[in-house]
Write a protein that binds this ligand. Structure first.
Ligand SMILES: C[S@@+](CC[C@H](N)C(=O)[O-])C[C@H]1O[C@@H](n2cnc3c(N)ncnc32)[C@H](O)[C@@H]1O
Length: 217
């Protein structure tokens, strides 16, 4: 299968820093700490990309699995792991996330800036699958662009900011072109309880959020 991130993948983390300062990185790691991740916890990163968030989870003692469909992205992940945490073992799977067939295995499933690559019906199927992969009582984390709220000017800015990003990835990676999703709404509708949500600002406006959902025990 064609690697959709062959062209833009090598520069992905650099571009995200350029676009957001360190805010995308902060968003991706916001729910990863000693209160949410116990040593030995099984944590899955779906569409992990360069995976610095996965490295953080492994540093906290988690047993981490990263899954990505792009060989380019996984190569960049491996470079980052070897440079930043050569002592850590992280299980790497080159696969479509929908082919991961281990329901109930994970204490936490993380989807950072991953669900936004899909059109809405597919995004819902993928989110449902990620929820299945978490154990009963387990956690599902979604980090992404924040649903636009605030005054009309703020909403306009947030939408323009999103459409510039989605257009770039539609052009270079053939991702779906769509409006910003309201992830907490989808997560709740699929049976998760929202336990925490953190916002990250650009120009003093909330542009990203990380949402921690929990499956019923
Ligand atoms: C927008 S990037 C986000 C990467 C990373 N999570 C981050 O926050 O930097 C989306 C990632 O999802 C991967 N991806 C897209 N469709 C996928 C699928 N069906 N299964 C697994 N990975 C997929 C892409 O290869 C890419 O690495």
């Amino acid at each position: 299968m064609r690697d959709k991130y062959r062209v833009i993948g090598p520069a992905y983390d650099f571009l995200s820093q350029l676009y957001s300062g360190r805010n995308i990185h902060r968003c991706k790691t916001a729910m990863l700490d000693m209160t949410t991740i116990r040593p030995g916890a099984r944590v899955l990163f779906a569409g992990a990309g360069h995976g610095r968030d996965a490295i953080r989870a492994a540093e906290l003692g988690a047993e981490v699995t990263v899954v990505d469909l792009s060989a380019t992205m996984l190569r960049k992940f491996d470079d980052a792991r070897r440079q930043e945490a050569p002592h850590l073992t992280i299980h790497t799977v080159h696969s479509d996330i929908m082919a991961i067939d281990t329901p109930g295995r994970y204490d936490m499933v993380v989807a950072n800036f991953f669900l936004n690559v899909f059109d809405e019906p597919m995004m819902e199927r993928v989110l449902g699958h990620l929820i299945d992969l978490a154990r009963a009582g387990g956690q599902v984390v979604v980090g992404d662009f924040c649903y636009p709220t605030g005054n009309p000017l703020a909403r306009l800015f947030k939408k323009a900011y999103w459409y510039a990003a989605v257009f770039t990835f539609w052009l270079f990676a053939n991702n779906a072109f769509h409006q910003i999703y309201n992830y907490p709404e989808h997560m709740q509708r699929m049976g998760l309880t929202i336990r925490d949500r953190k916002h990250f600002k650009l120009l003093n406006m909330d542009c990203y959020w990380s949402i921690l959902g929990q499956k019923p025990a």
